[in-house]
Design a protein around this ligand. Structure first.
Ligand SMILES: Cc1cc2nc3c(=O)[nH]c(=O)nc-3n(C[C@H](O)[C@H](O)[C@H](O)COP(=O)(O)OP(=O)(O)OC[C@H]3O[C@@H](n4cnc5c(N)ncnc54)[C@H](O)[C@@H]3O)c2cc1C
Length: 346
């Protein structure tokens, strides 16, 4: 495993923002992980290292990162066989791209991830914020993770319950205690997808909400819907410097729900039982139109109500834009947004 010093982190993130890493290592072979542990013990001064996957949900500080950075680039999917309850166990290395895993499972006739098509990043990062879209989330299929516990100084296996998966959160969110090394999922064998739960996807498929279709068709329809909203990473796209939603759709109280429904706001119930209003609706409502400039080099996307970066953006200006949107949404709607992105660096 090669360690590089002073490498800029910006190119390793989809925002293309961020200063250098004091030390940067890329893990391609899981067998090299003990070398990284030894290297970290020598350099990190008791501080836990930062793990980076595809960099699609992080904002790295302009001053960079003084603790060691590990980029997870291990790959591999193993179909382990039937569990006896109609589900098939699948083990995945943490650096394996999620979109490739979705393609593989669909091609193998396994369902449970088809609606996650088009989400960038690595599989190892998916439990961190219990990645989800269009009615499916990682909590539906995750059985356990194998991780390095930096506090205990040993490898541990955490079952799904111990991962504390909630709406875009888990015990891993905001904590550097664990580095996820591999994941075990249980997927159902079926030629048909899960019921299509979203109107936009059903319309794309020309079926009614609740119908089931071939899983590959469902994945293609989700991709088409996401592409129209600029929610697929496309390197030719003007909105390509993106971290997706930036903000969580906030939970709202019964009193707020009534007022929001009168305004025709999209208010939905989520699998964890919470009721939430769409963050993008709140951003638009607060006066941020498409392409609206918010801070130096940071604007609202041309297709969707989220923040994207352009020439001249820095971590400071992106953070300023996040703050501006947060304050303006609170002032205009009374609802408080929470950033979904993770801040990395000094
Ligand atoms: C265009 C676009 C669309 C998106 N759409 C969605 C969506 O529909 N739904 C959704 O939930 N998210 C979405 N996202 C956000 C993002 O893709 C997901 O959060 C994804 O899981 C991040 O994966 P990553 O490998 O890029 O993680 P990174 O951005 O590299 O890291 C994210 C966090 O996870 C930690 N981490 C990464 N790997 C590990 C590991 N192996 N062990 C421990 N910690 C780790 C990092 O330290 C960091 O805190 C979108 C992003 C973009 C750019």
């Amino acid at each position: 495993m090669r360690v590089i010093h002073g490498i800029p982190l910006a190119p390793w993130t989809t925002l293309n923002i961020g200063g250098p890493a004091a030390s940067f290592a890329e893990l391609r072979d899981a067998a090299d992980f003990p070398d990284f542990v030894a290297h970290t013990a020598a350099r990190a001064d008791g501080r836990t290292p930062v793990c980076l996957g595809g960099g699609s949900n992080v904002l790295v500080g302009d001053a960079g990162c003084s603790v060691p950075v590990l980029r997870m680039a291990t790959r591999g999917v193993r179909i382990l066989g039937d569990r006896g309850d109609g589900r098939v166990l699948v083990r995945v290395e943490a650096g394996h791209p999620l979109w490739e895993l979705v393609d593989t499972t669909v091609a193998e006739g396994l369902i449970g991830m088809e609606m996650l098509a088009g989400i960038p990043g690595t599989t190892g990062a998916t439990p961190v914020q219990n990645v989800g879209a269009y009615g499916q989330e990682i909590a539906d299929t995750l059985v356990e993770v194998t991780a390095w516990d930096w506090r205990a100084g040993r490898e541990v296996v955490l079952d799904a319950a111990a991962c504390g998966l909630g709406h875009r959160t888990s015990v891993f969110k905001g904590s550097r205690r664990w580095t996820l090394l591999s994941l075990l999922f249980a997927l159902r064998r079926s030629p048909l997808s899960a019921p299509v739960g979203y109107r936009s996807v059903a319309e794309e498929l020309d079926v009614a909400v609740g119908e089931r279709v071939p899983a590959a068709d469902a994945a293609r329809a989700v991709l088409a819907v996401r592409r129209r909203k600029g929610m697929v990473l496309d390197f030719c796209d003007v909105d390509r410097r993106s971290v997706g939603s930036v903000f969580l759709s906030p939970e709202v109280t019964a009193a707020q729900i009534e007022g929001l429904r009168e305004l025709d706001a999209p208010v939905n119930r989520f699998p964890d039982g919470s009721t939430r209003v769409s963050a993008s609706w709140l951003i638009r409502r607060a006066g941020f139109g498409l392409n609206h400039p918010v801070a130096k080099g940071v604007r609202v996307s041309s297709l969707h109500y989220t923040l994207v970066a352009d020439e001249g953006a820095s971590a400071a200006s992106f953070a300023e834009a996040v703050d501006t949107v947060l304050h303006e949404v609170r002032r205009r709607t009374g609802v408080t947004l929470t950033p979904e992105i993770d801040f990395i660096g000094d």
